[in-house]
Design a protein around this ligand. Structure first.
Ligand code: GAR
Length: 211
């Protein structure tokens, strides 16, 4: 049974998609060990509470130095003994120590088709604002392994979503979540939990059947 630590910062709709997928058997061989938020007001914490999942807030505001927050975050994650860390709308820049300690064991959902609209400053609604500014006709979402860079790790799954002419950042964000994120994040976790994802030469290979 793969133990998941899910890191969140906001509404937690991706967390909910994971909770639902486990309940409905679309994710097998995995359980949520803990939900960890940097934001005490994150609705994701309430979702975890309602689902009876251990949840904790580690806020940078509780620490004088960033290094103290980083150490507390790493310690909290270690105490959950996770096999996989899932960044599900996590807006914290992860400490390098954490990325190194869990190399190949951290995945992130990004609300665009990497390598487009990613990197520093591309998070949350800003991504969709930039997509609309540029006028692309297709966007989507990407699940990838996290490495030392920003949105640079091996890509696991992607799904394209149509941009409509009358979209606002909010309507586009919702469509990308509904049509892409809430499907591919649980799907990627299920693939990993069932031993079907390998990294080779900086790319992922999905074994056995269609992904
Ligand atoms: C999601 O759209 C996720 O892809 C994005 O934040 C949102 C969180 O929503 N993540 C990033 O931008 C990370 N760079 P949620 O809290 O409802 O899951």
């Amino acid at each position: 049974m793969l133990r998941l630590a899910i890191l969140v910062s906001g509404g937690g709709t991706n967390l909910q998609a994971i909770i639902d997928a486990i309940a409905q058997g679309r994710i097998t061989n995995a359980q949520i060990a803990a939900v960890i938020s940097n934001n005490p007001g994150a609705y994701a914490l309430e979702r975890a509470k309602q689902a009876g999942i251990p949840h904790i807030c580690v806020s940078p505001k509780s620490y004088a130095q960033r290094s103290e927050f980083n150490a507390a975050l790493l310690q909290t994650i270690r105490s959950c003994e996770p096999d996989l860390i899932v960044l599900a709308g996590c807006m914290v820049v992860l400490p390098q120590e954490l990325i190194q300690a869990y190399a190949g064991k951290i995945i992130n959902i990004h609300p665009a088709l990497i390598p487009s609209f990613c990197g520093k400053g591309y998070y949350g609604l800003h991504v969709h604002e930039k997509v609309l500014e540029r006028g692309v006709k297709l966007t989507g979402a990407t699940v990838h392994f996290a490495d030392e860079g920003t949105d640079t790790g091996p890509i696991i799954l992607q799904k394209a979503v149509e941009v409509k002419q009358d979209d606002t950042p909010q309507t586009l964000q919702r469509r990308v979540m509904e049509e892409a994120e809430w499907n591919i994040l649980p799907e990627a976790i299920n693939l990993i939990a069932n031993g079907r994802v390998r990294i080779k030469d900086g790319k992922t290979i999905i074994d056995g059947g269609e992904a």
